[in-house]
Design a protein around this ligand. Structure first.
Ligand SMILES: [Zn+2]
Length: 228
């Protein structure tokens, strides 16, 4: 394997430990992948291994058709979901899937999260839609998730959880955290009053200034760290 792939195995492994202690997942649920630039390969967490027992060498390398290129473990059962997103979204280089509680509550109620907060509008865009229900690990779920995701940064999976995407692992992780926080704020706001939704022009302005300016330094800094 190339130096780049080895580096991404290490990065996905380290991010899986951060996700495991972030409160966004329970047990060995949840999964992460990163697309290796210029190599047409994806590094993904293995299936069903507790995070405490994981090692960087357990990460599985897939080609974009889902064939295992390297790794002794089975890839995450949601590998089709990850690959479908990479096929549909050339701008996406990392995908994180969690079962965080408030986002899952809204996914069970089949209620999208409207654009109610600045950070949600910036990192996700015009709210988080709910994909139609399909069983975990199926091609149907992958198709439904891609359709509901559109060009946004996250999607809720009906009666299941949330998927966040980004230009690198750091951004996908941040998106999952912001979606969970937004879900929590939305539920609370709905309890105490009528949540006010940001106007469409404001959401667009926030999103484009984030994509074109504010976030670039973050993406660049993370890439620099990755090269070390
Ligand atoms: Zn799941």
């Amino acid at each position: 394997m190339t130096v780049a792939v080895e580096k991404y195995k290490e990065q996905v492994y380290k991010m899986s430990l951060r996700m495991a202690t972030s409160g966004l997942v329970t047990g060995s649920w949840g999964n992460i992948s990163a697309r290796v630039p210029r190599e047409e390969l994806v590094v993904i967490t293995p299936s069903g291994i507790p995070y405490a027992n994981l090692q960087a060498r357990d990460m599985v390398v897939l080609d974009l058709d889902g064939r295992v290129v390297e790794g002794e473990k089975r890839p995450s059962t949601e590998f089709m979901l990850h690959l479908a997103i990479y096929h549909a979204r050339p701008d996406v280089y990392a995908v994180m899937h969690t079962h965080s509680v408030f986002a899952s509550a809204l996914a069970v109620a089949r209620k999208p999260i409207p654009p109610i907060l600045e950070d949600l509008a910036q990192t996700v865009g015009n709210g988080v839609a709910v994909a139609s229900y399909a069983r975990a690990g199926t091609e149907e779920l992958a198709r439904a998730a891609v359709e509901a995701l559109g060009d946004r940064g996250a999607v809720l999976l009906a009666n299941h959880g949330v998927v966040g995407v980004g230009r690198n692992l750091e951004e996908a992780f941040m998106v999952c955290q912001i979606v969970e926080k937004s879900a929590k704020v939305y539920v609370w706001a709905d309890l105490v009053g009528q949540p006010a939704i940001l106007p469409a022009e404001e959401v667009e302005a926030l999103r484009s200034s984030y994509l074109q300016g504010y976030s670039l330094a973050m993406v660049r800094n993370f890439s620099l760290n990755e090269r070390q």
